[in-house]
Write a protein that binds this ligand. Structure first.
Ligand code: KG4
Ligand code: ZN
Length: 342
């Protein structure tokens, strides 16, 4: 079975074809960064309009690259939420229409389920159950995963998501949008001993997160330290490093706790922030010391992409699920509401 996946929930247009015999055939991502950069964040209306322009040509290019005709596609998966409603509508309307024209079933995929299952795309032997840490721009969630669609939220962010905290702190440090990877690059040059930020909510039991205080901490550090800094570039790098260390440490502490509480031996990380190199290195070391395993998608499949939508869609289509022609996407959609596979 071959499934076309379409991702348009935010500022990336992603398309891919997943084949259950040959794996991921190809995936293409078009980023709208250049459009939103001057505004310092995603402008929803501009995002929707650009998806309208880019999605169909990108699907054509994808089919050309893999040398397939539409008649070789057995199903279409599109992101149905959560996300920007206008952006979601573009992918959903296009995906549902293509499936209708091609006479194949269509499925609306939960964006975070896409992230959550992404490690399985290239590591199909990865077995359930496991703990998943989902760290994206909109979500930070620890999930107990018993199987596809069998999710229990163990903890989540009470305020900013981890990626959002990266992006906001990057702005405070005058870094261009999108801030997360830029901040990580600046932190490489930072001295981890110069400043120490708190590890929020780690001194009490529980698996919830709170990252908005770190952004305030960064803002106060910038205001206090930069005016009297001898080397402002170095000081900014040191603040970036202290912030990154605090986020990474906090995520590591909570993941270790989640593994102990569930008794699971496998941890998967997914979502844009899981592309962070320091997070991966620290998590690998800490989780190995617990006698457990860590698994990640490759970095290009951590950030938004069509491959994860094609894969999650394939899991549901092959179980017989599909959407009616009148399907509507939704901006808000709790992960725990997803049905398990039959
Ligand atoms: O999963 P994703 O691509 O989109 C959402 O579903 O939100 O995640 C994007 C988030 C952004 O906040 C971005 O700054 C962050 O992931 N991000 C990173 C890195 N790469 C992307 N944060 C820290 N370090 C990175 N290397
Ligand atoms: Zn995402």
């Amino acid at each position: 079975m071959r499934v076309l996946g379409i991702e348009t929930s935010c500022d990336e247009t992603g398309v891919a074809i997943y084949d259950d015999e040959q794996g991921l055939l190809s995936h293409l991502v078009y980023s709208q960064v250049a459009i939103h950069a001057r505004y310092g964040g995603v402008v929803p209306e501009l995002a929707s309009r650009d998806h309208v322009r880019k999605t169909l040509p990108l699907i054509r290019q994808l089919l050309d690259e893999v040398g397939l005709q539409p008649r070789s596609i057995d199903g279409v998966a599109f992101t149905a939420g959560p996300g920007l409603i206008g952006a979601l509508l573009v992918g959903a309307a296009l995906g549902r229409s293509l499936a209708w024209a091609w006479g194949v079933p269509a499925i609306g995929v939960h964006h975070m389920e896409g992230h959550l299952l992404a490690p399985l795309i290239e590591e199909p032997a990865l077995a359930f159950p496991f703990v998943a840490l989902l760290v994206s721009g909109g979500h930070t969630q620890l999930v107990d995963v018993a199987g596809v669609g069998r999710y229990r939220i163990l903890g989540e962010s009470l305020d900013d998501a981890a990626g959002e905290a990266f992006d906001k702190t990057a702005k405070i440090l005058d870094l261009p949008y999108p801030g997360g990877p830029e901040l990580a690059r600046l932190a490489e040059r930072g001295d981890p001993r110069r400043f120490r930020f708190p590890r929020p909510m780690t001194d009490r039991p529980g698996l919830d997160f709170s990252f908005s205080g770190l952004k305030t901490y960064a803002l106060n550090s910038v205001r206090q330290e930069l005016p009297r800094a001898e080397d402002p570039v170095q000081t900014r790098a040191d603040i970036a490093r202290a912030f990154e260390e605090a986020v990474v440490d906090t995520l590591v502490i909570k993941c270790r706790r989640a593994l102990r509480e569930t008794g699971h031996r496998r941890l998967i990380l997914a979502g844009g922030v899981s592309a962070n190199r320091r997070l991966r290195a620290a998590m690998d070391a800490a989780i190995a010391a617990e006698g457990a395993e860590t698994h990640y998608p490759r970095p290009a499949l951590c950030t938004d992409n069509g491959a994860m939508i094609a894969y999650a869609g394939w899991q549901r289509l092959r179980a017989g699920q599909s959407e009616l022609l009148a399907f509507k996407p939704v901006a808000r959609w709790p992960l725990e509401e997803l049905p398990p596979l039959a």
